[in-house]
Design a binder for this molecule. Structure first.
Ligand SMILES: *Cc1c(COP(=O)(O)O)cnc(C)c1O
Length: 375
């Protein structure tokens, strides 16, 4: 079955009681049992909920994984995943990893769990090889990265991790499974903030881990129940609803981002454009091999920080807001907004940088809005 079909049908068969074509929102905390221990597979809603099961089934199918475990946010998915580790274990994170992941690793896992970590430029495979040590359990990958849109060779990094007996875990939030399937490239687990493209409408916060083996799936399901960061049924319904249009939305995001990146590349007030779809981007060829399209995120630099801040304040269709991956276009200043918490760390970003989450409005209107803002 092809991706578009799975997105609509996997785990989402019509419900047997009345034939509802959408998975019902099972708004319940518990399930009546016929006799002690005699139930229909669900006992308590932290442990399991049929709406959540539908989303987990669909995500596993879309990422071609073994299974999936859903959480109340992307960070809840990540922090629960890291409960798989032990004190003294070592983690490698990209030198431009999502700021929330860096904060979790450096300010929670390191002091509270005794996890050691290094930040490495994952586009430099020699540096990855050098950073891997005996205690390394996880090499954490993002591609494209945030906000500089670097492209990492997932298959090559997975090989290096596996040689050392470590897992390669890919945060696939920026690409979505429609554009990139890390499991096929060798990843052992895939992490999502479903808040972004999976949900796609800026109306829900959620997360997921897709697994590739029964052992990790069982352990994560145990941790999901034991640590308890589960999503509510309304929230998983919204993500399921978003998934149905993921393919068509991603095609539109890619097309519009390509047009916006081209426009910015030719603009006299723009110093540099970061978009893997541009032939001059260092990861262009690799992205062409590893991804189905180049994604909806575009970053660019102006000459001065003042100009960057002005542009962010002048757009009308591009709302000035954090987050990404919704149908509406967003603009933000990473240095002062999404990446303010990494100032002074190896993850600091240029103050002249502006990040766009290009939505699915008509591209002419988006270009006109940016033309006005860059006047
Ligand atoms: C937003 C985001 C997260 C965190 O997800 P939340 O749903 O906000 O908790 C993790 N990784 C990436 C790449 C993100 O963009």
């Amino acid at each position: 079955m092809e991706f578009e079909t799975k997105a609509i049908h996997s785990g989402q068969e019509p419900e047997p009681a009345y034939g509802s074509v959408n998975v019902p929102i099972y708004q319940t905390s518990t399930y009546a049992q016929e006799a002690v221990g005699k139930h229909k597979g669900y006992e308590y809603a932290r442990t399991g909920n049929p709406t959540r099961t539908a989303l987990e089934t669909a995500l596993a199918a879309l990422e071609e994984g073994f299974g999936a475990v859903c959480f109340s946010s992307g960070m809840a998915a990540e922090s629960t995943f890291f409960y798989l580790l032990q004190p003294g274990d070592h983690v490698i994170v990209p030198d431009d990893v999502y700021g929330g992941t860096y904060r979790l690793v450096s300010r929670v896992l390191a002091p509270a769990m005794g996890i050691e970590f290094d930040t490495v430029d994952l586009t430099d495979l020699d540096a990855v090889e050098k950073a891997i040590r005996e205690e390394t359990r996880v090499v954490w990958v993002e591609s494209p990265t945030n906000p500089l849109l670097k492209i990492v060779d997932i298959a090559a990094v997975a090989d290096l991790a596996h040689e050392a007996g470590a897992w390669c875990v890919v945060d696939n939030t920026f690409a979505s499974p429609y554009l990139q399937q890390p499991v096929k490239l060798g990843a052992d687990a895939v992490v999502h903030s479903s808040t972004k493209y999976l949900g796609g409408h800026s109306d829900v916060v959620g997360g997921a881990v897709v697994t590739t083996a029964a052992e990790m799936q069982e352990r994560l399901a145990f941790l999901q129940n034991a640590a308890g960061a589960v999503p509510g049924p309304q929230d998983v319904f919204l993500v399921l609803r978003g998934l149905k249009t993921l393919a068509v939305r991603m095609d539109a995001h890619c097309r519009n981002a390509g047009i916006v990146a081209e426009f910015l590349s030719g603009h006299p007030r723009v110093k540099r454009v970061y978009y893997p779809g541009l032939p001059g981007h260092p990861g262009h060829e690799l992205a062409g091999r590893q991804m189905r399209g180049f994604g909806g995120m575009v970053s660019f630099e102006t000459e001065t920080e003042e100009e960057a801040l002005e542009v962010c304040g002048r757009t009308e269709l591009f709302y000035l807001a954090e987050s990404l991956g919704g149908v509406e276009s967003l603009i933000e200043h990473p240095g002062r907004m999404t990446h303010a918490s990494v100032a002074g760390s190896p993850l600091e970003v240029p103050p002249t940088l502006v990040r766009l989450s290009v939505g699915i409005e008509h591209p002419d209107d988006l270009v006109e809005d940016l033309t006005r803002a860059l006047r």
